[in-house]
Design a protein around this ligand. Sequence first.
Ligand code: BGP
Length: 467
Amino acid sequence: MSRNFLWGSATAAYQCEGGWREGNKGLSNWDVFCHSEKNDVNPVTGDVACDHYHRYEEDIRMLAEGGQNAYRFSIAWTRILPTGVGERNREGIDFYNRLIDTCLQYQVEPLVTLYHYDLPQPLFEAGGWENRRIVEQYLEYARICFEEFGDRVKYWVTINEPNYETLCCYGYGNYPPNVQSLERRWRAMYHMMLASARAVSLYRELGNQGMIGLVSDSYPIVAGDISPECEKAVRKAELFFNLCVNDVCVKGSYPEDFLEQLKEDGYDLSYMLSEDLEVFAKGTVDYLGINAYNRYIAEPCEGDGTNLKANNKGNGENEKFQIGGWFSLGEDKNMEKTPWGMEICPQSIYDLLMTLKELYPRTPVIITENGVGNYDEPVEGQIHDAYRIDYLNGYVDWIEKAMEDGCDVRGYFVWSTMDVYSWINGYKKRYGLVYIDYDSEELRRIPKDSYYWYKNKIQEKGMKFHG
Ligand code: BGP
């Protein structure tokens, strides 16, 4: 396996592929949701998206020409198994074979996510991640992917963001199934963690030699002030966002005070079976994938209510985030924020990485996503995204500092390779190193200033990058 530092960028199937009815693909919950009347915030779909399904060669070539040596993408479960279970679909497998072979042809290391938000619709209708049956179904799907692609793919991700996805599905309620029930959220997340642990063990049982991990959106969390109440709020926010995922996949068990809190909330936890303890303990990851975007300021709750309202309009209007009985999130008015309320704070990655080093000293980290979404407009055919360069540059420098201070980071991926569909934020919230002109017939690709910046940065830092 290559020992080079992974310098890459990332996408996910539903956000870029398009080709939603091609190659025998089945329908996913996102296909159905985006075509339903529930999709009313920014009513667009991923039917065509960037047409990566047909233009992957161009995208991978541009990535390689931009000096990158790694590409993170996800497999659509519905291309491999159109209804989620049953016979494998050759056309879908062939598509990913072409994608992987193209990466290798350009000397780009593929880092492959098995599950990134898009669930086969029949499984979604049977309860999705709330239904324990999905653990076996996911495992069968993972087995097929390992068998078909494991000879060439050496970096795997079991599941993308168990925290953020379930928070949107069952907290904000802006992703399908669009409900607000934290009790259901914890149940769904538990099955994701179980499925991930099983897949890690299976990967090893099959004799694979690569690295398999889970991608966790993780947050540096600071106290609103130095009071003991704020300190307690920090711990609860850590449990809520970070430890409910990271402790489980790295240490192989849930934190005691997390389980206590769920009991205190009065939730039915009968889905947590004692036989699962061993599954978690055995299925710990080879590396932890970190999606780094935001910093949080934890404070005690005001009253006992829960308030969860997402800002998907990019209009700068953010409601206070509060989980009754747990904590609330404060705001530092002096910090710069995007119109979607994300704080710009590159040095916070240093704190996060040093915390991870303390908590999980033997587990390497790969930064699997880092980026900033905003409205980008071409000026005379170019995209001058200096704000993105500042942001990414700050992150890379602070990551380097954390590495100098002993944190074992193996790779860095910008979100995203090119502009992609931003879930229910639509297409106007752009993250790409490459601009997509969605109005042009050929979905023209235009490298942004940040694309060239990244190329130079990689050259300057070198492929070894302390490796
Ligand atoms: C992560 C997801 C990505 C991507 C990114 C930006 O949570 O893994 O799929 O979308 O965030 O988020 P958004 O597009 O919602 O702004």
